[in-house]
Design a binder for this molecule. Structure first.
Ligand code: AQP
Length: 326
């Protein structure tokens, strides 16, 4: 089954990225899965070019450290494959202004910041191109990307109806727990790389003391009962969700074992530290050899280009462009 997913090199990966997406990527990796560092998407943010370059290699090293094996799956960099931007244009001529205006993420971000880049508005179309280029059947993502995935399906269906059967319709894949991890300090907002929240995020590279400090200071409530109740107890529910994501249980089962917040926080910190420490250690080893990481990207881009070229040309021909293979 063809799987594709991506991550922005927009900061240090956090447990939301890990539980929502990357942990599933590792479980489902095969010769038919492609994972992409979507650096073009990161251009919608204000990032210093040298920071973006560093973060791209950091992201790659973190993905490999988390368990993606470049000898098993294809790991590549979006900007290395020009077909993403080319297919994006074809799809911009299929998507409508109205449907992009309805994207919740755009509305939230545009509200946070005036003078946003046009790319912030159109990036869901580029995401559709990322997915459709590879005849993707399943897209393992966190819950925040489901609306963009639905848009991808709508664009693909419209294209197929208008120009003939061209694209595979992809389906999302959510993890049983951890599909939406919230900020530890503001549990009604999702944990997000590009939002500064030093105490609210646990990154994959945090040292054990920081992990413990962040979990012990996580916002809870005064009710004192350990149970899942997102409406009234978002902080505690979030801690249970993170626990369940790491231990592969249901948050309700975890809740049944605890009577006090302190015990839950203590055990959660231990679980997170023991899960993340090997990743941080492996990351440091990998990061010490940037040449080897570059080679991973070179090899991955070569493999991905072949698939992308075929699909792009099929789509271009269907729309009436003179593309090779006609
Ligand atoms: N809080 C989260 N909980 C579960 N899954 C999450 N994902 C992101 N945040 C959470 C999933 O991680 C994958 C990569 O997404 P991303 O690179 O867009 O991550 P981000 O942390 O959301 O990064 P940014 O730069 O801060 O992006 P925006 O500005 O879009 O929020 C995806 O599969 C995502 O679902």
């Amino acid at each position: 089954m063809r799987i594709l997913s991506g991550i922005q090199p927009s900061g240090v990966m956090h447990v939301g990225n890990y539980l929502g997406a990357v942990k599933q990527w590792v479980t489902h990796q095969s010769a038919d899965s492609l994972y992409c560092i979507v650096d073009l998407h990161a251009l919608t943010l204000e990032l210093d070019p040298s920071v973006l370059r560093e973060q791209t290699i950091d992201t790659l090293a973190t993905l490999v450290a988390a368990g993606l094996d470049p000898d098993v799956c294809t790991l590549f960099l979006q900007s290395r494959i020009a077909f993403h931007a080319q297919l994006n244009w074809l799809l911009e001529c299929v998507a409508t202004f109205g449907e992009l205006s309805r994207m919740t993420q755009f509305k939230e971000k545009a509200e946070r910041k005036g003078g946003y880049r046009v790319g912030l508005f159109t990036y869901p179309v580029l995401m559709a191109a990322d997915i459709l280029l590879y005849d993707t059947e399943r897209v393992p993502v966190g819950d925040d990307q489901l609306q963009h995935l639905e848009l991808t399906r709508e664009i693909a269906e419209r294209f197929n109806n208008r120009y003939g059967d061209t694209f595979t319709l992809p389906e999302g894949m959510l993890p049983p727990s951890g599909a939406r991890v919230m900020d530890l300090q503001e549990p009604t907002h999702k944990m997000s790389k590009s939002v500064a929240s030093p105490l609210g995020q646990i990154t994959l590279l945090d040292d054990p003391r920081d992990i413990e400090r962040k979990i012990s200071r996580a916002v809870t409530d005064t009710d004192g009962e350990v149970r899942v109740d997102w409406e009234n107890k978002p902080g505690v529910s979030n801690l249970l969700e993170i626990y369940a994501g790491f231990s592969d249980e249901s948050p309700h089962d975890v809740a049944r074992r605890y009577e006090r917040y302190g015990e839950l926080k203590h055990d959660l910190a231990e679980l997170v530290i023991s899960s993340l420490s090997p990743i941080a250690q492996r990351y440091r080893e990998l990061r010490a050899d940037p040449g080897a990481l570059q080679s991973v990207l070179d090899a991955g881009s070569l493999k991905a280009t072949h698939v992308a070229a075929t699909t792009y040309q099929r789509a271009a021909r269907a729309m009436g462009l003179y593309a090779p293979g006609a």
